[in-house]
Design a protein around this ligand. Structure first.
Ligand code: GDG
Length: 460
């Protein structure tokens, strides 16, 4: 990303931090969009890694990025909880941009290169690269859920997307259900495929090539679908949480809130998948029936701006801001809002200070590939305290089984989960948090990347 002074810096986040050192050590390179329209700098080197910027025009940004990626695929892959739009001109832009990525990769990748493609924006790239460069070993990781046939079948370009993914040697998913949905759909759309269950929730999908004996890469192409739950840079959060200024900021935060007994926290991109409105309504109803006392509880919601040009996101923001106003109007005292709402991103140190101050962390998406916030909260709690309320519909629920797990669609269950978290006694809180911390410690993002690349190499 570009910094304020126009220079380049690695984007924040565990994925970039995990992959950059690996790329540096192996002489690898990174191709991607800079994040700004019509910004096409020459390739350059950052911290020992070659970067290949790929430009997007304004109309590609609108049709490919905001349009097909974020207004068709995103809602479709998240249970179609908003109506996905299917527009031919947006699909054409998706194909064109995927082709540009593939061509850049083919141009810069050395013979027998290992190419790792990320996420739903680039699902056609694997087969586009394979056609041009059959020597390459291609991995693809999907950060979001992969939907069942009933939803995926709506996509007018479903065959093309599956074909695109089948160009990869290894396709990684966050949860077992993603891998099995993908295998079932690939089979449904291609009667000639041989789909077999492999170990550990994986599948091997073999496509015979004319004249080949369909058992190896020369005779037929094999795509393995596997499960690779992503994680965070655990040490980063553990170390930040140990910093004196961060601990001080956490204590100061509580004081500035008037020393409430309970601080509840939500941290999300302002996305309709994250269940922000549901959790605010549950909070409102707990205040209403007196389970929570507005003099003793405070809720903080950090909502990071995202995809503001997409209508569903503007609607969601209006609804959330209406709720914030309603709840504060009814339950706040002068100088003491019961619900603090920040519509902006915060520096990571402030985020960790919030994690440390939060007695109850609310992670209640209606559907989420993984949800890293849940893992960051746990990794920050080196005091082995705090309660995590976690939606069953987040991939993280597979690993964080000692959270207070909840179905956020069930209003009563969500209320009960929040009340349980608020009232939980100290021994149970620490026992649960200790188990959560061991689960997160076992799953660092570097281990995730190494395992994916190891399994990809095994496909050679
Ligand atoms: C996609 C999938 C999957 C948020 N606000 C601030 C801030 N953040 C950081 C968090 C966390 C990240 O953004 C959000 O990650 P999530 O996993 O919660 O969600 P998505 O953005 O939807 O990500 C998701 C993920 O990919 C990885 O595969 O888990 O399911 O949808 O790291 O900390 N960071 C800072 N200030 C903020 O205000 N510094």
């Amino acid at each position: 990303m570009r910094t304020a002074d126009g220079s380049w810096a690695p984007s924040p986040g565990g994925l970039v931090r995990a992959l950059l050192p690996m790329l540096r050590d192996s002489g690898g390179m990174w191709a991607g969009w800079t994040g700004s329209v019509d910004d096409a700098p020459e390739p350059f080197n950052l911290d020992g890694v070659d970067l290949h910027p790929i430009p997007l025009s304004q109309s590609e940004h609108d049709d490919y990025y905001e349009g097909f990626s974020n207004d068709s695929l995103w809602p479709l892959y998240h249970d179609a909880m908003r109506d996905p739009s299917f527009k031919a001109e947006q699909w054409a832009a998706y194909v064109a941009v995927n082709q540009r990525f593939a061509e850049t990769l083919v141009e810069v990748a050395p013979p027998d290169a290992v190419i790792w493609v990320h996420d739903y924006h680039l699902q056609l790239v694997p087969s586009m690269v394979r056609r041009l460069r059959p020597d390459a070993l291609i991995g693809f990781f999907l950060h979001v859920p992969f939907p069942p046939w009933e939803l995926f079948a709506r996509l007018p370009w479903r065959d093309e997307i599956i074909d695109g993914l089948l160009g990869a040697d290894l396709v990684g998913f966050q949860r077992a259900i993603g891998a099995s949905n993908f295998a079932a759909i690939a089979q449904q759309l291609n009667a000639d495929l041989d789909v077999e269950e492999a170990d550990a929730d994986g599948f091997t999908i073999t496509r015979a090539v004319e004249g080949g004996d369909d058992t190896d890469r020369d005779g037929g192409h094999i795509t393995t679908a596997g499960v690779f739950p992503i994680s965070i840079d655990v040490d980063e959060f553990d170390l930040l949480a140990a910093e004196r200024n961060v601990r001080r900021a956490a204590a100061a935060l509580r004081t500035s809130l008037g020393n409430p007994e309970v601080i509840l926290l939500g941290v999300d991109r302002l996305d309709y998948t994250k269940g922000i409105g549901l959790r605010m309504r549950a909070f409102r109803s707990l205040l209403e029936d007196g389970t929570l006392d507005a003099d003793r509880c405070v809720m903080i919601q950090v909502a990071t701006p995202t995809r503001e040009a997409v209508e569903h996101y503007r609607d969601e923001r209006h609804e959330i801001e209406r709720l914030v106003g309603e709840i504060n109007g009814r339950y706040s005292r002068i100088g003491h809002p019961v619900l603090h709402y920040l519509y902006r991103g915060l520096p990571i140190e402030q985020l960790v200070a919030l994690y440390l101050a939060a007695d109850v962390m609310l992670v209640t998406p209606l559907r989420d590939g993984m949800n890293l916030v849940a893992k960051e909260y746990v990794a920050s709690r080196r005091d082995v305290n705090g309660v995590l309320v976690l939606s069953e519909f987040a991939g993280a629920a597979d690993q964080l089984i000692d959270a207070v797990l909840v179905n956020p669609h069930d209003e009563q269950a969500l209320r009960d989960a929040i009340a349980t978290a608020v009232e939980m006694h100290h021994p149970e809180r620490t026992a649960r948090m200790a188990k959560l911390r061991s689960a997160v410690a076992r799953s660092d993002v570097r281990g995730w990347a190494e395992r994916f690349l190891r399994e990809l190499e095994a496909a050679r």
